[in-house]
Design a protein around this ligand. Structure first.
Ligand SMILES: [Ca+2]
Length: 388
């Protein structure tokens, strides 16, 4: 899977050397539609603002994102709100609120015992008293404590008002989080989402909406209910020293496969055969970016990864890119667009080939012909895409 190349023999040879610069020197593979790749503001502009706040989404729009991305969970009173997870300690100040101290609890989330404050145990009014915080310890914390947790309704209203203000359509890329979990606690997300989209007038394939999920059964359900575009997310646990995808629960397979005893994994969704099936219900496949192009570590004589940049730590900067997989080619062959994630500007999150320059990473992946990408730093993504 990692050894096949996509493009011309000349470019393939260049990519075999695993230099993104070589990819840039050649004409890039076009997107499936031939249009500019879509830039999705991942959780808004979450590199700069606490994720999933109106302020984060608004900044992403200001920075030129085509779509903004709310992850959806449900409150106790059945309102869809934007949080990355149904648990709230990582992205809000709930752990510091004495009035909610007794509401910390343990639930099984996709098979994993999880102790935290769950959105489904709180009313919207209670959640509105919380304030968001930056989820990444190494990012700007100065906006912590200022912003509310937004509802889906508020996010739709923002996208509409900003579209009118700017004279360009801002799309929404909502993710149904943990579909089976939410159904099990009596707060299923899908129909609530469809109702909200219908109220917004967004029911067609051409509507500025793409619904995404890591699960498959709910996407198949949605396919029977709406014409809006659907995106199959493809996850994994990690990448090993050789650059191969590592699968480990709960990131090894869609959770509906666990429940139904389906033996397939996420890897099986991106084989030629798997993609053909995904194309029967989804418009887009959205794999984690190492499925498209991964990096390997360089091992020393002692068998340990070498610290390529000699900073005393082993991270992405100590990986060297491998040639791309054939996932983009195979997806396009069955009519699926490819979106990938997550692009981040911090040097420690960039492979050695990119030399600390996020633009080099965008260009290397865009050269593969991907149709869209999720970025925490939409300004950098737009700039790299538009060649500015
Ligand atoms: Ca290092």
């Amino acid at each position: 899977m990692m050894t096949k190349t996509l493009i011309s023999a000349g470019l393939a040879a260049c990519l075999g050397l695993a230099t993104p610069q070589a990819a840039l020197a050649q004409s890039a593979t076009p997107t499936l539609s031939g249009q500019k790749p879509l830039i999705v503001g991942h959780r808004g502009a979450s590199g700069y603002r606490p994720e999933h706040t109106l302020e984060s989404y608004k900044l992403a729009i200001e920075q030129g994102a085509d779509f903004i991305e709310p992850d959806l969970v449900a409150t106790k009173d059945g309102v869809l709100i934007a949080r990355h997870e149904p648990v709230m300690s990582g992205t809000t100040d709930i752990a510091t609120r004495p009035e909610f101290a007794s509401r910390k609890t343990t639930r099984k989330l996709d098979g994993v015992e999880t102790t935290d404050w769950f959105a489904g145990d709180f009313t919207l009014a209670e959640i509105k008293t919380l304030r968001a915080k930056q989820a990444f310890a190494d990012r700007d914390q100065s906006h912590n404590g200022k912003y509310e947790v937004p509802t889906l309704q508020e996010i739709i209203a923002l996208a509409k008002s900003e579209s009118a203000r700017l004279g360009r359509t801002i799309g929404l890329y909502p993710e149904v989080k943990h579909s089976i979990f939410h159904a099990a606690i009596g707060l299923p997300i899908e129909d609530r989402l469809l109702d909200a989209l219908k109220a917004a007038g967004w029911t067609e394939k051409s509507s500025p909406v793409i619904i995404q999920s890591f699960e498959t059964a709910n996407l198949k359900y949605l396919r029977g209910k709406t014409q809006v575009r659907l995106s199959q997310l493809v996850d994994a646990d990690d990448v090993d020293k050789d650059g191969d995808i590592v699968l480990a629960a709960p990131f090894d397979k869609p959770y509906d496969f666990v429940v139904t005893g389906d033996k397939r994994s996420f890897k099986d969704l991106v084989t030629a055969e798997g993609l053909k099936e995904v194309a029967t219900y989804a418009d887009i496949v959205a794999p984690w970016k190492p499925y498209l192009m991964a990096g390997k570590q360089v091992l020393g004589d002692d068998g340990k990864p070498q610290d390529l940049n000699k900073d005393g730590a082993i991270d992405e900067r100590d990986r060297v890119l491998l040639p791309p997989s054939d996932v983009v080619k195979n997806a396009h062959a069955v009519g699926l667009l490819v979106h990938s994630w997550t692009f981040r500007s911090e040097p420690k999150r960039l492979a050695s080939d990119f030399k600390g320059d996020p633009a080099a990473e965008y260009k290397a992946y865009l050269a593969l012909g991907i149709d869209g990408l999720f970025s925490d730093f939409p300004d950098a993504a737009v700039k790299a895409r538009d060649g500015k």
